[in-house]
Each structure stands twice: as structure tokens, then as C-alpha cells.
Design a protein around this ligand. Structure first.
Ligand SMILES: Nc1ncnc2c1ncn2[C@@H]1O[C@H](COP(=O)(O)OP(=O)(O)OP(=O)(O)O)[C@@H](O)[C@H]1O
Ligand SMILES: [Mg+2]
Length: 498
């Protein structure tokens, strides 16, 4: 964290400094997990669903925490010393500190210029959507880190803890801050927008991911729209115009709107998407002059529409959308499309277990491990990709587990996937676990299918069955929510031993 005095921290988070000198400066990492605390860290004791962080205050202090933020004063172990600020709500305090730190870095960088003398203030982007947030965040990080110090969360740190903790890693040298903003209910994204005050807010898609928690797609749409409703007129809302629910958010934001997608109305237009086993190709065309929405465009601009051929080593048409969002944000900030595309070409995967191509298993078997999470949209996108990349004479095999968090929509959505498997004429379906059983039932009830389906009760049995079943020339998609644990099956089948 940037250097702040205890008095400044206490003021920012509305807490009371019960131990420590007000003028003492703290500049260590901010942690909510005492195991990650190092000398000089700030430890937030949060009251979680499963455990109370206050229990770990002594461990944090022993590990060298300079400051602990608590909801009730905690006596420190004998012989140790740390400052302590007591607040009424640890989560709110974490948010407030992240807000303060990002605002300070923004202010201190306002007049900064790069080596060429061009403005180079801190730029912040928030990314939300039902699918593709982490993929887009990783793509954007890959592009932006070639143009300035970039802070982006590891993995999928996108909630009320992970997002502010990631944001607290900005320093006065940070040029770009990329924040994944997830939600499992109303008000979550609004809070993250308040903390980060994004210059660009991206909405990728409104789908049924986590729909059980939201209570349906309309509620999901409302939650995702919080990304744009609080943006000021000086910010940019980047909307996927191919998704009507996202495109309609144009009407509810003061921000300038830039659209991307394959639709005719897109400012940044995707065309010619092709996908095969080597990856995904498409063209992206930027408007001829910076779109009026891109008032903060800092780089050179082209008087003619700039078109770039994008080649991703990442499988699946759906990643064209994510890559285009990433290229567009970078372009709004002055990175030429060609430079962005070159950076993306170096990526071999969007993230571990996202459409990850594995070929280290049995000779001639290709595995696509996409079993980090699953929603109806991402399941359908993965199955379509499987159908597209299989070559004549090869067999497509879909190993599917439960899509979690769908609540009352669960049976119907699994049923739909079963019918899609048939429609795409997948060669072999392997359904794993009771939660996914409706996929098997729906597929076997469809008459018009040449393929076969088997239902297997658990992952271990599925590993054995698949080891018997696969043969050279098979392309095997492994897809489920994280809780169904199929990603390890995918790794074993694909020969990953790490
Ligand atoms: N535009 C898209 N449409 C459908 N599926 C997608 C799209 N983009 C990514 N996916 C798929 O969705 C899954 C999750 O991708 P990713 O982790 O990038 O999303 P996320 O929004 O960060 O998810 P989470 O809500 O778990 O954080 C992967 O299987 C990925 O291939
Ligand atoms: Mg994510």
C-alpha cells in the first residue's frame, strides 16, 4: 500500500486509533488472511461466514503486521506490538481504505506525463458481466503491462474483499488499474464502482451465471447495470452491443457510451470470427477518429478506420468478445490496435482451466479443460467450440458436470444443455454427478441423435471410465462448475501433473 500515517488511515476508514502513534507511517501489504501477513502489513480482521478474523490477530501480529484493523479491540500477545484501529464494520473500512488509496494515486498522477511528454495519469477500468470477466481482465493486463505499470488482481478476485485488496496494490507509479467486478446481489457492483471510480466501465454480458443467487435474469441485468449507472459524464461505458440487455444500458448512464460487437451499430466492430484448434481469429475495426466517447484518448489516432487482424491462441468464438473488449479499452487509452493484438497473440490461455487445450495425455487425444466454472452460456459456448474444432474422422466427447448456483432454474437449464449436445451432434456424452443428471436424461430422450450418453455417479469413477473410453482422435471437452471438481479429471486426462 502507498505510505499513509495511522492518523490518515484512521480518518479514511472512520476508525479509532487505540494503539499506535498517529504520525507513524505504514506502507506494507493489506491482507485479510493472516497467513499472508509479512513484516509491515496491514491486517483486516473480518467477520466471515465461516470464521472470525479476530481469532487470527495474534498470528498476524506475530507475523509482523504493523497495523491491525478490528471491530473490537483485541489484546495483543505479550512481547508484541502493533498499531490497532477499531472500526464498526471491517468490510466497509476495507472499502473506504481502497477508495482513499485509489483517489490519492489518481490525484498524485493527474499531471504525470510519459517519456514522450503525453499525459499519463492513473487509468482505472472496471469489468463486469456474467461471463468472461477474468478472461478479459487477463487479456487487458497482458496488453497494458507493455505500456505502463499495471495492477490487476490475480485469479478471479472480484468480490467485496478480493477487489479492494487488489486495488490496494496500486502505488504512485501505477499507470493502469484493472478491476474485475463480480456480484452475487444488488449493490455489490455499485460498491466496487464507488471504491474504484472507473474511467471506463465494461459490461460484457448478462446471462444466467449465478442466476440462482440473483433470482433471475432481470435481477442480474439490474445488478450488472450498476456498473454504468454511477459513472460520471467524464467516464466511458463500454457496452457489448450484441447483447440486448447490455446494449440497453446506454439509456441509464451519464457516461459516454462506446459499443463493441459484431452488430452494425458497434463503434468497435468485430468481423470474420473463425475458430479452430489453433485458436480464434477475427478482425476488429476502430472508428476513424477517436469516437467522441473516447475523449480521453491519449495516443495517436488514425484518420481512417483502423482494422487489425487478431489471432488468439485461445479457443472459442466467445473469446473474440473478451479480446475485443480488452483491445478497445487499451485503444481508448492510446494503445494502437496492432500493438494490443500483438500482445494478445502471445497468450496461450485466458486463465488456467478456461478453455485450456491439453495434449499431454494419451497419444492422439486432445483435451479442452474448461471446468473452472460453468453457467448455461459458458457451457453452450464451450460445446459449440467443441463441435467446431473437431475434424472429420475425429470423435467429440463432452464430459459435463453440474452447473452450480442456478437455484430454481437448475433442472431446466441442464435439460437445455442435454438437448444442445444432441443438436450439435456431439459423439459421446459423459455426465458426471447427480446435479448434472438432467443433461443425460434430456439427451437420451432426444431421438435424432447418433451419439451416446453415459451417466457416472462421481469423479473417481468417471476418471476410470474415461481412461477406458478415450481413443486416438478424440477431442474431449471437460466442463463443470468448480464445485463439481471436474477440472482435476481434465488435467489427468490431458496429462497435466502439476
Ligand atoms: N462471452 C462469453 N460467453 C460465454 N462464455 C464465456 C464468455 N467468455 C468466457 N466464457 C466462459 O465462461 C467461463 C468463465 O470465464 P471467466 O473466468 O473469464 O469468467 P468470469 O466472468 O470471471 O467468471 P466468475 O463469475 O467465475 O468470476 C469459461 O468457461 C469461459 O470460457
Ligand atoms: Mg472471474
Amino acid at each position: 500500500m502507498i505510505a499513509l500515517t495511522l492518523a490518515e488511515i484512521a480518518a479514511a476508514i472512520g476508525g479509532e486509533l487505540v494503539d499506535g502513534a498517529p504520525e507513524q507511517v505504514v506502507d506494507g501489504s493489506v491482507e485479510t488472511d493472516s497467513r499472508l501477513v509479512a513484516a509491515g502489513s496491514v491486517f483486516f480482521a473480518l467477520l466471515g461466514e465461516e470464521t472470525d478474523g479476530h481469532r487470527f490477530v495474534p498470528n498476524a501480529v506475530q507475523a509482523g503486521a504493523a497495523l491491525v484493523v478490528t471491530e473490537r479491540a483485541v489484546a495483543l500477545p505479550d512481547g508484541t506490538a502493533a498499531a490497532q484501529v477499531v472500526v464498526s464494520d471491517g468490510y466497509a473500512a476495507l472499502a473506504a481504505l481502497a477508495h482513499e488509496v485509489v483517489a490519492r494515486v489518481r490525484a498524485s498522477s493527474a499531471d504525470r506525463t510519459d517519456e514522450q511528454g503525453r499525459p499519463a495519469p492513473l487509468r482505472v477500468v472496471g469489468i463486469t458481466g456474467s461471463n468472461g470477466k477474468t478472461s478479459t481482465k487477463n487479456m487487458l493486463r497482458t496488453i497494458l503491462e507493455q505500456h505502463g505499470a499495471t495492477v490487476a488482481p490475480q485469479g478471479s478476485f472480484n468480490n467485496h474483499v478480493g477487489a479492494p485488496v487488489s486495488m490496494l496494490r496500486v502505488t504512485h507509479d501505477t499507470r493502469f488499474l484493472v478491476v474485475e467486478m463480480g456480484a452475487s446481489g444488488t449493490g455489490h457492483i455499485a460498491k466496487l464502482v464507488w471504491i474504484a471510480e472507473p474511467d471506463v466501465g465494461v459490461v460484457l454480458k448478462v446471462g444466467l451465471a449465478h442466476a440462482g443467487e440473483f433470482g433471475g435474469i432481470e435481477a442480474t441485468q439490474r445488478a450488472k447495470s450498476e456498473m454504468v449507472t454511477d459513472l460520471p459524464a467524464t467516464a466511458t461505458a463500454l457496452l457489448n452491443v450484441d447483447d440486448d440487455r447490455v446494449a440497453s444500458m446506454r439509456a441509464i448512464t451519464d457516461a459516454r457510451v462506446v459499443g463493441f460487437g459484431t452488430s452494425a451499430g458497434a463503434d468497435y466492430r468485430i468481423a470474420g470470427i473463425e475458430t479452430d484448434r489453433s485458436g480464434t481469429r477475427f478482425t476488429l475495426t476502430a472508428p476513424p477518429v477517436p469516437h467522441e466517447a473516447a475523449a480521453d484518448h491519449e495516443g495517436g489516432t488514425s484518420p481512417v478506420p483502423e482494422t487489425v487482424d487478431v489471432r488468439l491462441a485461445i479457443l472459442g468464438e466467445h473469446h473474440a468478445m473478451n479480446a475485443s473488449a480488452a483491445l478497445t479499452v487499451a485503444h481508448l487509452w492510446g494503445v494502437p490496435l496492432a500493438a494490443g493484438a500483438e500482445a494478445l497473440a502471445s497468450m496461450t490461455r485466458a486463465e488456467r482451466w478456461r478453455m485450456e487445450l491439453l495434449q499431454g495425455g494419451p497419444e492422439g487425444v486432445t483435451v479442452i479443460n474448461d471446468a473452472y466454472n460453468a453457467s448455461p452460456d459458458s457451457m453452450a459456448a464451450a460445446l459449440r467450440t467443441l463441435a467446431q474444432i473437431v475434424r472429420p474422422g475425429e470423435r467429440s466427447v463432452a464430459v459435463l458436470g453440474e452447473m452450480a448456483e442456478l437455484g430454481e432454474f437448475s433442472t431446466e437449464e441442464h435439460d437445455t444443455i442435454g438437448r444442445l449436445v444432441v443438436r450439435l451432434n456431439i459423439g459421446q456424452l459423459v455426465v458426471v454427478g447427480p446435479g448434472a443428471a438432467p443433461i443425460h436424461q434430456a439427451a437420451t430422450l432426444e431421438g435424432s441423435w447418433d451419439g451416446e450418453s453415459v451417466y457416472i455417479e462421481d469423479v473417481d469413477a468417471a476418471v476410470h471410465a474415461l481412461q477406458e473410453m478415450v481413443r486416438p482422435g478424440d477431442v474431449v471437452l471437460v466442463k463443470s462448475s468448480k464445485s463439481a471438481e471436474l477440472r482435476f479429471l481434465g488435467d489427468r486426462l490431458g496429462g497435466v501433473t502439476e
